[in-house]
Design a binder for this molecule. Structure first.
Ligand SMILES: Cc1cc2nc3c(=O)[nH]c(=O)nc-3n(C[C@H](O)[C@H](O)[C@H](O)COP(=O)(O)OP(=O)(O)OC[C@H]3O[C@@H](n4cnc5c(N)ncnc54)[C@H](O)[C@@H]3O)c2cc1C
Length: 389
């Protein structure tokens, strides 16, 4: 908390509180088991229920709908604190908050009573956000999972890929093609756990974030009541993009938390390890590396906080949220790499935290929009004049 006060002195009491609540829980309950979960792939389901009790699983849901209604600055602070302790748990929270934000913004009052209230109370476990498919991720408008109306029911057929928490989620927010080609043909649906025709794929064996339970979801004549359509028919793509825009601040903050952990590990190791009669931190090379990392992290924070504030003011800020995600995730990659280097051979060993952080960091440049997609959004805004050149 002392660090963030130097970067952003004007935090509200509520923002400080959410940050402190998340950090104290994360250090006590998430950090000690993070290495073991990485090794075994155990999904932190008990921890998820505890996070629900702390109000951290429905941060984007207003209090009137059972959530905690935290603003985007508070959300970023909480996400950073969780990721510092366990990046897998942070991405579970990020995708679950994304799915619940969609329900909060687009579900009908009846749908909110049915799904959102029990979700926010922690009764359903995580929610998943299912957009990507085996043949398309960045080009999500090309998705092919089909939704057809049949006797008053929606019937889904197709596959979703890389779905965080997919095997553990109580409900899935799924995007499928209901009305012909292009973005306007996509609608948003809720598929509840256990719905016949929903077949959960095997868990992916991943480089990092190994406890985040990533699976494919297959729909085989999966029949849903007509009332499981969320928002207007054909509005699914706009719903997904709008949620992802705001979600990028969360991934920026997650990247910052992960890099903060790597930098702290590097400083501690550099103070201990001696070479040529000195601690590593006495070499000017080490000092300059650490100075560059701290500077990049503070810059990443400032971009993330700017984007969060713009969102809080009602501005969708597509370019600024993309800049925050692009810069923070790329800086995170550079920082974990430098901290592995600072550890020498030990940095390559599973016995040292930086080895896991190095693997966990890599995906931040890929999910919720690759770095290239963020650059497309930023350059589009620059060239159409909505960002000044
Ligand atoms: C661990 C993990 C968790 C995930 N969780 C979820 C989840 O919960 N829900 C979900 O829906 N998805 C999830 N994803 C999917 C993720 O969002 C996609 O992997 C990501 O959007 C990229 O899509 P892709 O893998 O299809 O790559 P592609 O879109 O095929 O891209 C491949 C490469 O081409 C580049 N590229 C593509 N288009 C362009 C272009 N126009 N210009 C320049 N370069 C381009 C990309 O930047 C990338 O480098 C997850 C993925 C992983 C690995």
């Amino acid at each position: 908390m002392a660090g963030i006060s130097r970067i952003e002195p004007a935090l509200t009491e509520e923002q400080r509180m959410i940050s402190e609540t998340a950090r104290s829980y994360a250090r006590r309950r998430l950090a000690p088991g993070a290495a073991e979960r990485d090794r075994t792939g155990r999904f932190p389901i008990e921890e998820f229920f505890e996070l629900a009790e702390l109000g951290l699983v429905a941060m984007k849901v207003p209090a009137s709908e059972g959530g905690t209604g935290i603003d985007n600055v508070g959300y970023a602070l909480a996400m950073e604190a969780i990721a510092e302790a366990c990046a897998s748990t942070a991405v579970i929270l990020a995708s679950s908050n994304l799915a619940s934000k969609i329900l909060s913004e687009h579900a009908s009052p009846e749908q909110k009573a049915r799904w959102l209230a029990p979700y926010a109370e922690g009764k359903l476990g995580p929610a998943s956000f299912a957009l990507s498919e085996p043949a398309c991720g960045s080009d999500a408008a090309a998705l092919t999972t089909a939704a057809r109306l049949d006797g008053g029911n929606w019937v889904l057929n197709g596959s979703k890929m890389w779905i965080t928490s997919g095997a553990h989620a109580g409900l899935h927010v799924v995007f499928a093609r209901s009305d012909g080609p292009g973005p306007a043909g996509i609608s948003c649906f809720v598929v509840e756990r256990g719905t016949p025709g929903l077949v959960i794929g095997k868990e992916e064996s991943k480089m990092g974030k190994r406890a985040s339970g990533t699976v494919a979801l297959n729909f085989e004549e999966c029949r849903l009541p007509a009332s499981n359509l969320v928002g207007a028919r054909g509005a699914g793509y706009a719903i997904a993009l709008s949620a992802l825009g705001a979600g990028r601040v969360g991934i920026a903050a997650l990247s910052i938390g992960l890099a903060e952990a790597a930098l702290a590990a590097g400083v501690a190791y550099g103070r201990e390890r001696r070479a040529f009669g000195k601690a590593l931190t006495e070499f000017q090379n080490t000092q300059f590396v650490l100075a560059d990392c701290r500077t990049e992290l503070d810059a990443a924070w400032l971009l993330a906080l700017r984007a969060a504030r713009l969102l809080d003011s009602g501005d969708k800020a597509p370019a600024e949220t993309s800049m925050a995600k692009l810069f923070a995730s790329e800086a995170c990659g550079r920082i974990v790499d430098k901290m592995v280097q600072l550890h020498g051979g030990y940095g390559y060993s599973r016995d040292y935290e930086v080895e896991r952080l190095y693997r966990d960091a890599r995906i931040t440049r890929i999910y919720e929009g690759t770095s290239e997609v963020q650059r497309l959004v930023i350059s589009r805004a620059l060239l159409d004049g909505s960002l000044s050149s």
